[in-house]
Ligand binder design. Structure first.
Ligand code: ADP
Ligand code: MG
Ligand code: MG
Length: 255
């Protein structure tokens, strides 16, 4: 069985159909990329997988680890191992990043400790996070890149089996995209050999520049709420660069 199996999904928002005929299958250890123009429904698919109530599934099903999660709450999905990085996460005044990390990091432990676990601290050092960063209020006055990095730290603490990123590269300076991509690669086990990769991912990106640095197995192009084509990320990106999203659909072989 695959980690995530989406079959014939249709989704309405405010009684309007936004997505239809969505089939998406992601295996353990795989990273898929979702490309598409603004307004094509990328974030809607993201929110539907996460189970936000206003994204009304009218057809089809979503299986996670073989279990039908279509009717489960967002909290239940997160508890099953779905992790997310939002496009525009809010700032939280008065809550330090460390406070937020402690919730997941200390879960199931007696510890009311001020310190994070050695494992998490090792990972923060590996990803070159400055310790003073942990003392700052969540996302308050953070740069675009710092917001994304704080989300990555939160995901590290949560240890999900599947991570969705909604345009992690939006609002990030071009010179920081490579650094961000390295962190995403670490999160998605890309530094391990293919057979040893445990974690899966779905990376949504508008422009695709980040794909120069993030390893992905398959890309899908979403157009007007449908998956217009799927295939090798490098080839699809090349088609988009040459002819735009429409061109890609025309030369895609797999439908
Ligand atoms: P993308 O992430 O690819 O830019 P979205 O999923 O945000 O696309 O939007 C897909 C479509 O759904 C758009 O046409 C948008 O107008 C519509 N949409 C998004 N959010 C809402 C909402 N809250 N209410 C009504 N329509 C929405
Ligand atoms: Mg958008
Ligand atoms: Mg979006």
């Amino acid at each position: 069985k695959l980690l995530l199996e989406i079959t014939d999904l249709a989704v309405e928002v405010n009684k309007k159909e936004i997505l239809s005929d969505i089939d998406l299958y992601i295996d353990k250890g795989e990273t898929h990329v979702l490309l598409g123009p603004n307004g094509s429904g990328k974030s809607t698919l993201f929110m539907s997988i996460l189970g936000f109530p206003k994204y009304n599934i009218t057809r089809g099903e979503i299986l996670f680890k073989g279990e039908d999660i279509t009717k489960l709450s967002t909290t239940q999905r997160v508890e099953m191992g779905v992790g997310v990085s939002f496009q525009n996460p809010p700032a939280i005044r008065g809550v330090r990043l460390k406070d937020l990390l402690k919730i997941e990091d200390h879960k199931g432990l007696e510890s009311q400790d001020e310190e994070l676990s050695p494992e998490l601290m090792d990972l923060t050092r590996k990803l070159k996070f400055d310790e003073s960063f942990l003392e700052r209020d969540v996302n308050l006055g953070f740069s675009g890149g710092e917001v994304k990095r704080s989300e990555i730290l939160q995901l590290l603490a949560q240890k999900p089996d599947f991570i969705m990123f909604d345009e992690p590269d939006s609002g990030v300076d071009i010179e920081n995209v490579e650094l961000l991509a390295e962190e995403i690669n670490t999160l998605l086990d890309k530094d391990k050999k293919p057979g040893l990769r445990e974690r899966s991912g779905l990376l949504i990106t508008h422009l695709g520049y980040i794909l120069n640095f993030v390893g992905a197995n398959t890309a899908h192009v979403l157009m007007d709420g449908k998956i217009a084509c799927s295939g090798d990320p490098t080839e699809i990106l090349e088609d988009i660069r040459k002819e735009g999203f429409r061109g890609c659909v025309e030369c895609c072989e797999i439908h």
